[in-house]
Structures are given as structure tokens and as C-alpha cells.
Design a protein around this ligand. Structure first.
Ligand SMILES: Cc1cc2nc3c(=O)[nH]c(=O)nc-3n(C[C@H](O)[C@H](O)[C@H](O)COP(=O)(O)OP(=O)(O)OC[C@H]3O[C@@H](n4cnc5c(N)ncnc54)[C@H](O)[C@@H]3O)c2cc1C
Ligand SMILES: C=Cc1c2[nH]c(c1C)Cc1[nH]c(c(CCC(=O)O)c1C)Cc1[nH]c(c(C)c1CCC(=O)O)Cc1[nH]c(c(C)c1C=C)C2
Length: 477
């Protein structure tokens, strides 16, 4: 029997792990320790008093695959199904995504005609690259950068423009440094197992984890959802998990509880906070890798070292509200390749997928400009000294030059999200493997979960929390 489990970090990863721990009668007590004054971590929504909703972190969650089904099952169990805002595959926000190249917006190619024709900014039909891809030999390397992988298999142009932008729009990162194996395991496995991406896509990559769909996940398939949000913003998800945890007498939730230091004790751990000590038999860490590394005792030196090598990037997220319908195009948003503008990664047209979050009564357009990422330092300098004014100006200038919007925003919010997205660089897979093997060999009662290890999406982080709990308890929940 597992007596007390301490969960470090009250972001979506820590909350999900606690939610799954509570499902097991084997656990007598769960103590959640969160350093800030609120739970949810990067899931952060501003609900304005007039009803408008603005996201400063994730804004759309994908229903597809085992991890997507798993989140929908949780959402349903929490009683949030009635608050879901689905966006179907046939919606313009799913069909239209743009690239801003050489001062112009280009719709990303899609469908058959997008494959067989030459569509700018590309200089030849994508189908040509795709057809040639089948002939490219498989790599023997253990890992490779995303840029190198795509240049090798699909050509330099797709790597420089499409994949460069894609990595900015998911990892806020540089595809020349990110690992294909850890960031896009589906692509890596397609080459490893089928010898080709195209064959991998056609033949499938074998069975993933078994997650039976509940009624809500079934509905998402029947109605063909591409992404979803919640009527009061994605922060409703951590709020609702927190509420459900508070129902259980086995759970203690602590905010303003900064974990300073953890040290092994006879039966587990002593966890040192600013103003007290918590004892636990096991720790599930859902902290960012660097935060865990600075709390560990020196006896864990190899672990400390490897945790420190997982870097992160800082993103400036600027929410803007404009009066009227001001967009020249309609769709999810546009991405900017690093060759066009290193500091400005992309703009989301939030009002298109989620008009329900606009101010009721009155036509407005909500946009989110994302800046910095792997290029933050070179473009803006030290995050501690950059001013909100400068970030806001840079964002509104981009809206003006990319979208031709000459009016000023009627409302804005600047959020400097420090170290918010971990970067899985070359060798990440190996590093995570080696950390977990150190933990096994030294019998440390510690599990690693959260966005630093097994995927950065909300779905991946929730699923990673579930896996940590299942492995700890040796059962399937
Ligand atoms: C701008 C942005 C946009 C994104 N968009 C999307 C999207 O559209 N779709 C999607 O699926 N994903 C998206 N993501 C990714 C996703 O939101 C994150 O990867 C995920 O929320 C990370 O959750 P986590 O619990 O692992 O980490 P965190 O949210 O970082 O949680 C860690 C928690 O630990 C706490 N903590 C830190 N140090 C200590 C300490 N010493 N003691 C106690 N507590 C501590 C922190 O305060 C925090 O609450 C986005 C992320 C960002 C930043
Ligand atoms: C411009 C910067 C960013 C934008 N969104 C994010 C950043 C850093 C963060 C983010 N967006 C997505 C994910 C992963 C979700 C998942 O895998 O389930 C994260 C961490 C979703 C996403 N956004 C875009 C793509 C291609 C994806 C992958 C999933 C999908 O195909 O839906 C494109 C995109 N992101 C941004 C813009 C402006 C944009 C494209 C027009 C913003």
C-alpha cells in the first residue's frame, strides 16, 4: 500500500497526476505543493467582466489520438462536457492556416489540389517532394534535428519554410536544434518502421496506448472535431480538477508552497518548504526540470546534471482586441518563418475558431501575437529588462504590417511567459531514458512527469501524469 504521495507542482501535469491518484484506493493521502498563488500553471484565462475571454497560454486542445481521447474522458468525468466549444474539421479555422513570407500571407497548401499544383511560397508541387520521399534511404542515426530530417527526406525548401514555421507554432523553437525523435515521434517511427513518412502515414504506426473513448470522445469523432476549448476558457479545466480534488478528504492542496529542498528519509522523503516540512513515501514531480534539479539533494548529482540540460524558452504573449471585423482573411492564424522575422513567431485569429469568447453584443476581433521563443534574447534582450510597452508596440506593428490593420486595439494584455516551453534538443530521448534508469537503479521513490519529458501539449502532459500514477501503483486506472 502507498501511504502518502506528494505531488510537486500544481500545473495541469500535477493536477492530472493527483486526479488519477485519487481514483485508487491504494493511496491514503495526496499532498499537492504549488509555489504560486493559483493552480493551473500555463493554463491561464482572463475573463473580462463583460464576458470576453482571453487566453495567455494554450487556447485549443486536440481531440485526436489516445492522448486526446484520454483528456476528453477526464473532461466528461469532471462534468465539463456542457462547456465544450468544438471546432470541426470543416470549419474555416481548421481549413485555413497561413504563412507570412516575403511580406505576404499565403494559405498553407491543403487537399489534393494543394499537393499537385505549385503553390507559393513553394517553388514546386509538394506532391513531387512527397513522391520522391519514398525513395530516400532510412537514416541509421539514433536521433537527428527536425530540420536535417525534413531536408533529407522532403527537401530544403519545405524544411526552411514550412517546418521552420511549424516548430515555432508548436515549440516556439528552432527546428535546427529540436529533436525529431522527441518532438515528432510519429515521423521518426514512420522512417524507422516503414522506411518512409508517406508509407508510415498510409500504413499506420501500429497500435498506440489503449484508451477506450467515452461518450464525449465518441461525439468528437462523430462530429469530426479538430480542436476544442471551454466556454469560460481553458483555465476551467484546472479549476474543475481542483474542485474535484477538494471533494476528497484524502487530498491536501497547498498554494504559496514553494518546494525549496527535498531530502531522502528512512521511509521516503522530507520536503522542505519556506515554513515547514512535509513527509511523503513517494514524490511525483510535475515541476519544470530545472526547478526539480535545484530542489534535489547532492546525492542525486547525475540526475541534477541531466535535468539542468533540459532548456526552456520564453514567449511574449500579447492579446489584442479590436473594434469591428478587421481581418483581411479568415482562418486559425498565420506563422512567420525565422528567415522572415526571427522575433515574431505568429498571430492567432482567436475570434475565428472561438467567436463565443468575443465580447457579447458588439462586433470585435481578438488576436494573439506570439513573440520571442528561441529568439527572445537576440531580439528583445534580457526578459527582466524588456518593457511591456516595447512588446505591445512590436505586436501592434506586426498586426498592422501583416494584416493591414490601421486602427489601434481597444484593449490589450501583455504576458511575459518566462521559460514556458521546454525544448527537446538532440539526444532528449536518451537523456530522459538515462534519468529514469538512474531512478530505477537507485530505488528513488520519485516519478518524473510534466512537460519537460514526454511531450508539451496539454494532452501529452495529462497523459504523462496518468502514466506516472499507473507505473507507481502497478495498475491500469
Ligand atoms: C503560450 C503557450 C501556448 C501554448 N499553447 C498550447 C496549445 O495551444 N495546445 C496545447 O496542447 N498546449 C499548449 N501549450 C503547452 C501547455 O500549455 C504546457 O506544456 C502545459 O500547460 C505544461 O504543464 P505542466 O503542468 O507540465 O507545467 P506548468 O504549467 O509549468 O506547471 C508547473 C507548476 O509548478 C510550479 N512550480 C515551479 N517551481 C516550483 C517549486 N519549486 N515548488 C512548487 N511549485 C513549483 C509552477 O508554479 C507551476 O504551476 C502552450 C504553452 C504556452 C506557454
Ligand atoms: C506562434 C507561436 C505558438 C502558437 N501556438 C503555440 C506557440 C508556441 C503553442 C502550441 N500550439 C499547439 C501546440 C501543441 C498542441 C498539440 O500537439 O496537440 C502548442 C504547444 C497547436 C498547434 N498550433 C499550430 C500547429 C500546427 C499545432 C499542432 C497541432 C495542430 O495541427 O493543430 C499552428 C499555430 N500555432 C500558432 C499559430 C499562429 C499557428 C498557425 C497558424 C501560435
Amino acid at each position: 500500500p502507498m501511504r502518502t504521495v506528494a505531488v510537486l507542482g500544481g500545473g495541469i501535469g500535477g493536477l492530472a497526476a493527483s486526479y488519477y491518484l485519487c481514483k485508487s484506493p491504494q493511496v491514503t493521502k495526496v499532498v499537492v505543493l504549488e509555489s504560486s498563488s493559483r493552480f493551473g500553471g500555463w493554463l491561464w484565462s482572463t475573463r473580462r467582466s463583460d464576458g470576453a475571454v482571453f487566453e495567455h497560454g494554450p487556447r485549443g486542445i486536440r481531440p485526436a489520438g489516445a492522448v486526446g481521447r484520454n483528456t476528453l474522458n477526464m473532461v466528461e468525468d469532471l462534468g465539463l462536457a456542457g462547456e465544450i466549444l468544438p471546432v470541426t474539421h470543416s470549419h474555416v479555422a481548421s481549413k485555413n492556416r497561413y504563412l507570412y513570407v516575403k511580406g505576404q500571407l499565403h494559405r498553407m497548401p491543403s487537399g489534393i489540389s494543394g499537393l499537385v499544383r505549385t503553390v507559393p511560397p513553394f517553388s514546386r508541387p509538394i506532391l513531387l517532394s512527397v513522391a520522391m520521399e519514398i525513395l530516400v534511404k532510412k537514416s541509421k542515426e539514433d536521433d537527428e534535428s527536425i530540420h536535417s530530417f525534413v531536408s533529407r527526406r522532403l527537401g530544403e525548401e519545405l524544411a526552411d519554410i514550412a517546418v521552420d514555421s511549424l516548430c515555432r507554432g508548436v515549440f516556439a523553437g528552432d527546428c535546427r536544434k529540436l529533436s525529431v525523435r522527441s518532438c515528432f515521434p510519429v515521423l521518426y517511427n514512420a522512417e524507422q518502421h516503414r522506411g518512409s513518412l508517406i508509407l508510415g502515414m498510409l500504413l499506420g504506426s501500429g497500435p498506440g496506448p489503449a484508451v477506450p473513448p467515452g461518450p464525449l470522445a465518441q461525439r468528437s469523432v462523430k462530429e469530426s472535431w479538430a480542436q476544442w476549448s471551454l466556454s469560460r476558457g481553458v483555465e476551467s479545466l484546472p479549476e474543475s480538477i481542483t474542485d474535484s480534488l477538494l471533494q476528497s478528504s484524502r487530498v491536501e492542496l497547498h498554494r504559496d508552497a514553494d518546494v525549496k529542498h527535498i531530502c531522502p528519509s528512512a521511509s521516503g522523503w522530507k520536503i522542505h518548504l519556506e515554513d515547514g516540512v512535509v513527509s511523503a513515501d513517494h514524490i511525483i514531480s510535475a515541476l519544470p526540470a530545472k526547478a526539480l534539479s535545484s530542489a534535489l539533494p547532492s546525492s542525486c548529482q547525475p540526475l541534477i546534471q541531466e535535468l539542468q540540460e533540459i532548456s526552456t524558452v520564453t514567449v511574449a504573449v500579447v492579446n489584442l482586441e479590436y473594434e469591428g471585423s478587421i481581418l483581411p482573411v479568415t482562418g486559425f492564424g498565420h506563422l512567420v518563418p525565422s528567415s522572415e522575422d526571427r522575433g515574431l513567431m505568429g498571430i492567432v485569429y482567436d475570434s475565428v475558431p472561438f467567436p463565443q469568447h468575443n465580447r457579447p453584443n458588439g462586433q470585435t476581433t481578438r488576436l494573439t501575437v506570439m513573440m520571442g521563443g528561441a529568439w527572445f534574447q537576440e531580439e528583445f534582450g534580457d526578459p527582466d529588462t524588456v518593457t511591456e510597452k516595447r512588446l505591445l508596440e512590436r505586436a501592434t506593428e506586426a498586426v498592422q504590417s501583416h494584416l493591414g490593420v490601421t486602427s489601434a486595439p481597444s484593449w490589450s494584455w501583455v504576458a511575459l511567459q518566462r521559460d514556458c516551453i521546454p525544448q527537446y534538443y538532440l539526444g532528449h530521448h536518451q537523456r530522459v531514458e538515462s534519468m529514469r534508469s538512474f531512478i530505477r537503479k537507485t530505488n528513488l521513490p520519485l516519478s518524473l512527469t510534466g512537460s519537460s519529458y514526454d511531450g508539451v501539449s496539454v494532452n501529452d502532459v495529462i497523459f504523462s501524469g496518468r502514466t506516472a500514477v499507473e507505473q507507481l501503483l502497478g495498475t491500469v486506472i
